[in-house]
Design a protein around this ligand. Sequence first.
Ligand SMILES: Cc1ncc(COP(=O)(O)O)c(C=O)c1O
Length: 424
Amino acid sequence: MRGAGDDMTDVGASLRAAARRYGTPVAVTDMAALQTAAATVTTAFPDPWIRTFSLKANDVGGVVARIGALGFGANVVSRGEWAVARRAGIPNHRTTFEGIGKTDDDLRAALRASRDADPLGWLAVESIDEAHALARLARTALGKGTLDVLFRLNPSVQPDTHAGLAVGASGSKFGMTADEVTTAAAIVAEVDGLRPRGVHVHVGSQLRSVDAWRDGVRRALSVVALLRGAWPTFDTLDVGGGFPVLPPAEPAPDPARFAREIPPLLAQHDADRRPTRFAIEPGRALVARAGYLVGRVLHVRDREGRQVVLDVGMTDLIRPALYGARHEVRALTSLGRPVDGPDSPDAGEACRVEGPICETTDHLGEHLLPALRRGDLVSIADTGAYAASLASTYNGRPRIPQVVLEEDGHLVLARRRGSTAALG
Ligand SMILES: Cc1ncc(COP(=O)(O)O)c(C=O)c1O
């Protein structure tokens, strides 16, 4: 039986086995690592915190189902993600629907679930326009059902993260000002069955410090305190996701560090103006470390240093091209023989590692690698978040298979490799 602390040797053997069985590229989710991450988040935010998993980080049904079994509901941004969550066994009452892209059809689907007495945990409204649309659609689609509604606050903070991940900045396209939240809540409250229930805030992803998060939560608490006076049911604060997973050498606050900020912030409000329900919706913190991509070497060239080109790249992991993210690349075989991790005796030479796509941004950075030749296997670490869910079929490459490495070492296919027949 494998445990969470097992080293790369053990995982390395499983990754080689996955490549043998399913071919490359292949994505592997290590359940032991997933369980460790889920336990870390759950310990920091224990019951009665409402914990949902943001499917945008990883929408592989088999992975979502396992996260559901670990005590997480689903946080979805589309009917597509909602359908994945349902198929993964997560009921509507443990599913929350937010996101800037919601269409009338999405809103109607949420309302109909309430009409059919199977309501979502809540729907989070992004704008006054959306509040009007929801109110209008509810008059025909809600029937006698009820739907709890949260209002997304733009906290107007500048988090310490990549600009592309700083969604809580005031100029970003996400959420509403405090005044807009008040207006949107009043629009929604006009309709029987729609229940203004609280504030949703998400400061950004990969938060390197808790400062902006603290400010965001403080602002959200003030809005709850204000609106709780108008609607006693306005009792919920969803503080979003954003807990970072950075390369091991970079310091990062853990979920418990974020959680410790909450009690002093709450203490600033009278007890009857505080929220009584609290929620988080992390994505990355649950899945990032559990994921590996396994690829094969296609070319090794000695040109201005060594260059290694893989069969896995930006179609399977776009984060380096999109955000300059760094993921460790390690050899799983060297000249056809198994090796494990950076500590292997011939760990090597600095190599520029490249993906196979016809874009120069398909580049995985510089890594120390042993002698490699065409056909050798490598792994790319920490690829469980924003990899499969952001994959594309660019350059005519079908989706790669998704495999779960169970705790007992078994490999289970969670999603088949796409077919070339389905392209075009
Ligand atoms: C509203 C919202 N909630 C949760 C998340 C999940 O963030 P993370 O994966 O950083 O935890 C995101 C990510 O973009 C988001 O936009």
